[in-house]
Design a protein around this ligand. Structure first.
Ligand code: UTP
Length: 218
C-alpha cells in the first residue's frame, strides 16, 4: 500500500472529544493497510506538568511524554485489533510494516514530537504524503483566536518555517506543526495535509486522497 502516514494528534484523547475518537477508530477499521502515529494529548500534558513541578529536566519530561504517546498508541492498537507491540523506533516500525502492512506507534526519542516521528516514518517507508489529523481545521496566518486571523489553504515549506520560527517550544506544548517536521518534509518533498479530527469524513477525504478542507504544506 502506498497511502499517507497518518498522525493522530493527542488532543483527540480529551474527554470532550470522545465521540470524534470513536468515529475515527470506526473509519480506521475499514482501512486495510496503514501507518499511524499517535500523540500524547492530555495525559502527556498532565504528567509532564506534574513532573515539571517536581523539578525534572526537559529530557525526562520528554521521556514522560513518549510514554503517554505509547499508552495512547496501545489503546488505538487494541481498538483496531492489532496485537503487535507498539514499536519504539522507526526501524522497528518499518519491520512491522513489512510484516503486517500496518503499524501503530507513538514517540521515539526525546527532543521532538510525534509530528517529527510521522515525517521520519514517511521518509523510511518512502511515502510522499502525511496527514496530520489534529485539533485545528487549518493553519492560520496568526493566532486563530485573534480577530481577523485568516485560514491558509496552501503554504510552502519555507513560508511555514518562517511563520513558526518565532515560537518557542518546550515539552508538552501544543503546536499545530513544528519546524523540525517541516524541515524533514522539505528535504524529502513530503506533502503535509492538516485536517481537523472533528470532521471524520473530511479527515478520511484527505487520507484517501480526495479533496478536503484543511491546509497543505508542500
Ligand atoms: P506529542 O507528539 O503528542 O506532542 O508528544 P505535542 O505537540 O505536545 O501534542 P500534539 O501534536 O497536539 O499531539 C507529547 C510529548 O512527548 C514528547 C514531547 O515532550 C512531546 O511534547 N515526545 C513525543 C518526545 O520527546 N519524543 C517523541 O518522539 C514524541
Amino acid at each position: 500500500m502506498s497511502g499517507p502516514v497518518i498522525s493522530l494528534g493527542g488532543s483527540i484523547f480529551s474527554k470532550t472529544d470522545e465521540k470524534h475518537l470513536l468515529d475515527f477508530i470506526g473509519r480506521m477499521r475499514k482501512e486495510e493497510g496503514y501507518a499511524l502515529v499517535v500523540g500524547g494529548g492530555p495525559i502527556a500534558r498532565d504528567e509532564i506538568s506534574i513532573l515539571r513541578k517536581m523539578g525534572a529536566k526537559e529530557y525526562y519530561l520528554d521521556m514522560m511524554g513518549i510514554q503517554a504517546t505509547r499508552l495512547n498508541a496501545t489503546m488505538v492498537s487494541l481498538a483496531l485489533g492489532n496485537l503487535m507491540e507498539v514499536p519504539k523506533s522507526i526501524d522497528e516500525a518499518v519491520r512491522q510494516m513489512n510484516l503486517n502492512k500496518r503499524v501503530i506507534m507513538g514517540g521515539t526519542e526525546p527532543g521532538h514530537t510525534t509530528d517529527a516521528v510521522t515525517l521520519l516514518l514517511a521518509e523510511a517507508l518512502n511515502r510522499d504524503t502525511v496527514v496530520n489529523v489534529t485539533n485545528v481545521d487549518y493553519l492560520y496566518d496568526r493566532d486563530p483566536k485573534v480577530k481577523g486571523a485568516k485560514k491558509i489553504e496552501r503554504i510552502s515549506y519555507s513560508s511555514a518555517i518562517k511563520m513558526i520560527a518565532s515560537e518557542k517550544r518546550g515539552a508538552g506544548e501544543n503546536f499545530p506543526l513544528d519546524i523540525l517536521s517541516i524541515n524533514i518534509a522539505r528535504r524529502s518533498n513530503i506533502k503535509i495535509k492538516m485536517v481537523s479530527f472533528r470532521d471524520t469524513s473530511n479527515a478520511f477525504n484527505a487520507i484517501e486522497g480526495r479533496k478536503f478542507r484543511g491546509t497543505t504544506v508542500s
